[in-house]
Write a protein that binds this ligand. Structure first.
Ligand code: UDX
Length: 447
């Protein structure tokens, strides 16, 4: 008989994981404590924009015409406890307010709510990004509080999905990492992931701390790559070099690789910034803070980029104050193919210029509603062309494909002045220069 799976928490991670598990053929029950979220998912809708996810939901959610019916949702913990052989915990672990450490309250309360309903053998699998040591602590809690005792086991299975590619990354991951304490747990997880593993996905079995650390180490490495190339961009700016050519050239070395070497206004989002900070905080608790002091530098290089973009805009406007100057901002989300504006470098730059008196007009293909919520006092336009109308300078701050396809001639006719600052290094300089624009990018020569 096929395993029954529950997924606790239906944000990016949970909603995608639940739909992917149904796609792999399992009966799945998703739980969230927010009834409105459950109501949306039951209609095959998601609270966030993620390519392909609604299609996947509609293929499986019970009650939707033509769906397999393998995926259901509930707010009832007892139902979850009675249903599942394997319970995936997918709740978020945000940064604590005013601190580097991560807030474990959602994970802790999910385990506390589930434990009393585990009456028989069950495997609880943590997927959230947590400080190393959490799995051991939660395993002890489960053994003590679940009526099934030692039969209610814990495993840790970090998730590496990227926003914008969540469905693809979940169904075809680069690797599956499982931290386990027993053969039974490993066997169950091999059964869950038989599909991707059968297609050749590596399956790495570790202890608890290693599994937890793989996730934070991977995100720290990615953040380091981005800040490294941004540091090189600073040097290129000072020395008159071209960071895009430099990245291309060093990337030809297989040991370095070409990915994640795009210089610009840096990383944001709900993961990389808070994960490297939580990692530093945890290392401090463990007495290993010296090992991660470099991450403080990675963070500060990253945060510095936003201010540097603001200064580049000021300079492009002739220096001095932003007062009364019109600034068009293309992009509000922290990355393309997402509507997520959490810790978005684009919105941060737009906000800084606005707070310094600039008349900022923002356009983003999917992030407008979320941007308006976070920053209601900014100006918003319905298209890139509208945003550029009358602008003294145009800032390209999120690398949407739509912006790569813009017509520089039409935008040039709308703008008051043809000055484009590319904060993502993804537009074609020649195309814009040919249309009469002054094109400037971070870390690249001016002409
Ligand atoms: C990240 C990790 O990639 C993923 O494995 C983990 O599970 C969650 O965190 P995500 O937050 O979706 O995923 O975004 P990612 O694609 O990593 O991009 C992060 C930020 O870095 C974005 O703001 C992006 O614009 C920026 N970035 C990325 C660069 O500035 N330069 C690059 O070369 C690549």
């Amino acid at each position: 008989m096929s395993l029954k799976i529950t997924v606790i928490g239906t944000g990016y991670l949970g909603a995608t994981h639940a739909a992917a598990m149904a796609e792999l053929g399992f009966e799945v029950l998703g739980l969230d404590v927010v009834p409105e979220k459950i109501a949306m998912l039951e209609r095959g809708e998601t609270p966030m924009y993620e390519p392909g996810l609604e299609e996947l939901l509609r293929r499986h959610v019970a009650g939707i015409e033509g769906a397999t019916g393998r995926l259901r949702f509930t707010t009832d913990w007892a139902e979850v406890g009675a249903f599942g052989d394997v319970h995936f915990v997918c709740v978020n672990t945000p940064q604590k307010h005013g601190e580097y450490a991560c807030d474990m309250s959602y994970v802790d309360s999910a385990i506390a709510s589930l434990a009393p309903h585990l009456h028989g053998p069950a495997l609880v699998v943590g997927k959230s990004t947590v400080p190393v040591g959490s799995a051991g602590r939660l395993a002890a809690y489960l053994a003590e509080h679940a009526p099934a005792g030692a039969d209610a086991e814990l495993a840790w299975n970090p998730e590496f999905l990227r926003e914008g590619f969540a469905v693809q990354d979940t169904l075809h991951p680069d690797r599956i990492v499982v931290g386990v304490r027993s053969e039974r747990a490993e066997k169950l997880l091999r059964e869950v992931y038989a599909g991707p593993v059968g297609d050749g996905t590596p399956f790495v079995v570790t202890d608890f701390p290693t599994a937890e650390l793989v996730k934070t180490a991977a995100n720290s490495f990615l953040a380091t790559k981005i800040s490294f190339i941004n540091a090189m961009a600073e040097v290129c700016e000072a020395a008159g070099g071209d960071v895009a050519r430099l990245a291309e050239a060093i990337g030809h070395d297989d040991r370095i690789g070409r990915k994640f070497l795009r210089a610009g206004i840096g990383f944001g989002g709900g993961c990389l910034p808070k994960d490297i900070r939580a990692f530093m905080a945890r290392a401090g608790e463990l007495g290993a803070d010296q090992a991660l002091t470099f991450l403080r530098e990675i963070d500060s290089i990253n945060m510095r980029r936003r201010g540097q973009m603001v200064e580049m805009a000021r300079e492009a406007l002739g220096g001095g104050s932003f007062l009364g100057r019109r600034v068009a901002v293309l992009g509000a989300t922290f990355k393309p193919d997402s509507d997520d504006v959490r810790d978005s470098p684009a919105l941060n730059v737009a906000g800084q210029i606005h707070l310094q008196g600039g008349q900022v007009t923002v356009y983003d293909p999917k992030g407008m509603a979320n941007a308006r919520k976070v920053f209601p006092t900014l100006g918003y336009a319905d298209s890139a062309l509208e945003a550029a109308r009358g602008a003294d300078v145009v800032l390209h701050l999120t690398e949407w494909q739509e912006f790569r396809e813009l017509d520089p001639v039409a935008l040039g006719e709308a703008a008051a002045d043809r000055v484009l600052l590319d904060g993502r290094n993804t537009l074609d300089p020649e195309l814009w220069r040919r249309a009469g624009w002054t094109y400037r990018a971070m870390g690249r020569p001016t002409a």
